[in-house]
Design a protein around this ligand. Structure first.
Ligand SMILES: [Zn+2]
Length: 390
C-alpha cells in the first residue's frame, strides 16, 4: 500500500492545476500589456511583438512541462494501483443486482445522496437529466440545514435555536433534548467569551451568561433540573474552570461537533430520514465486505463450487456496531423522555412499558410498593417489571 500512497502523494503535488491557471493568467497579462503599449505607442510595435513572441514561447514551454509532470505522475499512480490491486472486482459483481429497470432507483439514490451531502448543483443536474421526481421541498430543507450548520460552525447558535423552537412539539414527541442542548451551549459560550462577537467590545461574560440563563432556561427547569444546577454551580468556578468538577461540561473539545451532530440527526428525523445517507452506508458496508467476498470468490473458483442461495451472502460479514446498528427509539409515555441505558424501558406485568425512572417515581422509590399502571387498571410492583430491549 505504501507505493500507492507514495505515488498518490506525488500526484497531489504535481497535479496542481492551479499552476496551469496562474501560468496562463500571467501570459494573458503579458499579451494585454503588449496590446496596450502598441495602442498608445504604435512605433513600438516591432519591439513589442518580439517581446510577445519570446514570452509566449517561454510560457508554452512552462505549461508543457507542468502538463508533462501531471501525465507522468498520473501514469505512475495508475501503474502502482494496477500492481497492488490485481484481483478483478468483476468476479464478485452481481450484474443482475442492478437490472435496467432499477436504473431510476439508483439515480434517485445518488441524487438524494448529493442533496444530503449539500452538493445541490450536481444533484439538480442529475434530477433534470434523469427526469427524477424528487420534491423541491427536500432540497430546500437541506439547504436550510446546511445554512444552520454553517452558522453553528461559526459559533452562531441563533439559527439552530430558532429552528429547534419552531419544532418544539415535534422534537419533544421524539424525546429530543436538542433545544436544551443548544441553549446550554449558548450559555457556556457566553460564559467563556469575553468579547462581543458583533461589536468586538469587551463584555462581562458572567453577567451576559446569567442574563441568558434568566431569559431562556425557565421552560427547561422541570425536565433538566440536574443539568441546570450544574451550569449554575459552575459560576462559582468561573475564574478557574479548568480545575473545577465541571471541566468536562464547560471545556469539552467536542461540544460544538456534538451539538452539530445531534442537530443533523434530529433535523433528518423530522424529515423522516436517517441521519446518514443510505447510499453512503450501503457503499461503506460494501467496501468492508469486498475483500472477504473476493477471497470467497477465489476459493469457490478454485474448488469449482457455486453459491446457489439467492439474495444471501455465502459468508457472514460483521459490520462495526458504531455505524451499522440501528435501534428504534422508545420515549417513555409518562416522562416523555427518550430511554437510555441508564434509564431503560421496563415492561410491567400488564404489558405496558415506561422508563425505569418513571417506574421509580410511581412507586415512590420503593421496589415493593404497589402502584397502578398509568394506562390500564392493573396494579403491580416495580420488582415485577422486566427490561425491554428494542
Ligand atoms: Zn398497564
Amino acid at each position: 500500500m505504501d507505493s500507492v500512497l507514495k505515488e498518490y502523494g506525488r500526484l497531489q503535488k504535481s497535479g496542481d492545476f492551479g499552476k496551469y491557471v496562474s501560468d496562463i493568467d500571467q501570459l494573458l497579462g503579458a499579451l494585454q500589456k503588449a496590446r496596450n503599449t502598441i495602442n498608445s505607442a504604435p512605433q513600438s510595435r516591432r519591439e513589442q511583438l518580439a517581446l510577445v513572441k519570446s514570452s509566449t514561447t517561454a510560457f508554452a514551454e512552462k505549461i508543457g512541462n507542468t502538463q508533462k509532470d501531471i501525465h507522468s505522475s498520473l501514469s505512475k499512480y495508475s501503474k502502482a494501483l494496477d500492481k497492488k490491486f490485481k484481483i478483478d472486482i468483476e468476479t464478485s459483481y452481481n450484474r443482475s443486482a442492478f437490472p435496467p429497470s432499477s436504473r431510476t432507483l439508483l439515480d434517485r439514490a445518488i441524487a438524494m445522496h448529493l442533496i444530503r451531502e449539500g452538493h445541490f448543483e450536481p444533484a439538480d443536474k442529475l434530477i433534470k437529466d434523469a427526469s427524477l421526481s424528487i420534491p423541491d421541498v427536500i432540497e430546500e430543507e437541506f439547504k436550510n440545514m446546511y445554512w444552520i450548520l454553517a452558522a453553528l460552525r461559526g459559533h452562531d447558535l441563533k439559527p439552530a435555536i430558532d429552528w429547534a423552537a419552531s419544532k418544539r412539539e415535534k422534537l419533544a414527541a421524539m424525546g429530543s433534548n436538542l433545544e436544551f442542548s443548544l441553549h446550554r451551549l449558548q450559555f457556556i459560550h457566553y460564559l467563556l467569551t469575553t468579547v462581543d462577537e458583533e461589536t468586538g467590545e469587551p463584555v462581562n461574560s458572567t453577567r451576559r451568561a446569567l442574563q441568558y440563563a434568566r431569559e431562556n432556561f425557565a421552560p427547561f427547569g422541570e425536565r433538566h433540573m440536574a443539568s441546570l444546577s450544574k451550569l449554575m454551580c459552575a459560576f462559582l468556578f468561573n475564574s478557574n474552570l479548568e480545575k473545577s468538577p465541571y471541566v468536562n461540561i464547560f471545556l469539552s473539545p467536542s461540544a460544538w461537533d456534538d451539538v452539530a451532530k445531534s442537530f443533523t440527526k434530529e433535523f433528518c428525523s423530522l424529515l423522516g430520514l436517517s441521519s446518514d445517507s443510505p447510499l453512503y452506508l450501503a457503499a461503506a458496508a460494501g467496501a468492508i465486505a469486498l475483500p472477504t467476498l473476493l477471497k470467497v470468490g477465489t476459493i469457490m473458483r478454485e474448488k469449482h463450487t457455486e453459491w446457489s442461495s439467492e439474495n444471501e451472502l455465502p459468508v457472514e460479514i460483521p459490520l462495526p456496531e458504531s455505524m451499522f446498528q440501528f435501534h428504534a427509539i422508545f420515549v417513555c409515555p409518562v416522562s416523555k423522555e427518550q430511554t437510555t441505558d441508564e434509564n431503560p424501558p421496563m415492561m410491567m406485568p400488564c404489558g405496558h412499558i415506561v422508563a425505569k425512572e418513571s417506574l421509580g417515581r410511581m412507586s415512590k422509590g420503593n421496589p415493593n410498593q404497589r402502584f397502578k399502571c398509568p394506562y390500564c387498571p392493573n396494579e403491580s410492583i416495580p420488582n415485577q417489571a422486566i427490561r425491554v430491549y428494542f
